[in-house]
Write a protein that binds this ligand. Sequence first.
Ligand code: ATP
Length: 288
Amino acid sequence: MIIDVKNVHKTYKKQPVLKGVDMQIEEPAILALVGPNGAGKTTLLHCMTNLLPIDQGSIHLLGKNHANPEIFYETAYMQDNRVLYDHLTGYDHLRFITQVQKMDAARIHEVTEQVGMSSYVKKRVRAYSLGMKQHLLLAMALINKPKLLLMDEPLNGLDPTSALRVRHILQEIAEAGTTVVLSSHILGEIDRLTDTIYFMKDGVLLKESADQFAINEYAIYVDQPHAAKSALEEMEHVRVKDGVIHFDESTVALARVLDTVSQQGLTITRIENERIGAEKRYRELFET
Ligand SMILES: Nc1ncnc2c1ncn2[C@@H]1O[C@H](COP(=O)(O)OP(=O)(O)OP(=O)(O)O)[C@@H](O)[C@H]1O
């Protein structure tokens, strides 16, 4: 089993945070950990990697007890940037890991190219932006080619190009057999990465598959926005805003909207389609 978390409890002083968490992963996959601030996501990741002791339950990663330090030859944990040392360079951080893990230093060059930080790897971390620090943390997490990669908010502070690059890297390593667990508040990005979401609510994990709640949201742009409004505003579940026709495919058939548009003699100039899953379910679970 890749991840076997059983009935884990964790209380800080008198505040219970994890109240019987279970997570069993048998096949390589990308899994998202989602929940509001303070729900306990970081606490769970810290417990999984044994940075925090658990009060009750058991945790095994890649078949080994999580207290066995050998797990770090095959597991990586990308934490937030407080683990970085300002006065050291990115290279120093990576070199330290290759030395401890007895890896060839040539791997540093490979991984810095992969995450796109070659131009500043020799600069001190104090001169890094938030996004540059995220790149370094990612390089540190990937350098030992982990079979299991745990990531706390890896998309924080990334510009759209970097976020795209990270998404591609995660998809690539997942296809090659690495299991990735990432916590994130960027729900649109989660929808692009995975269908398997663990929502953390009231100290336990609810496993959900986006297949069951995702919707296909369409936005159709036409050449005569005013005509679109009068032709479609009567249609149930269709909204026309600023001349753009919006609807969710589970409530209105695409063909029906397209027929109406063409009957009115309108020309479609653009169609956008977005899968919305994590965000919709998040609202149902946490904003009631
Ligand atoms: N060292 C600590 N001592 C006491 N309480 C703590 C400690 N660390 C976290 N907590 C509390 O535990 C709860 C869960 O915190 P945690 O950081 O795990 O949440 P999170 O889901 O990762 O939140 P975020 O999305 O804001 O990162 C919070 O109420 C927090 O105040």
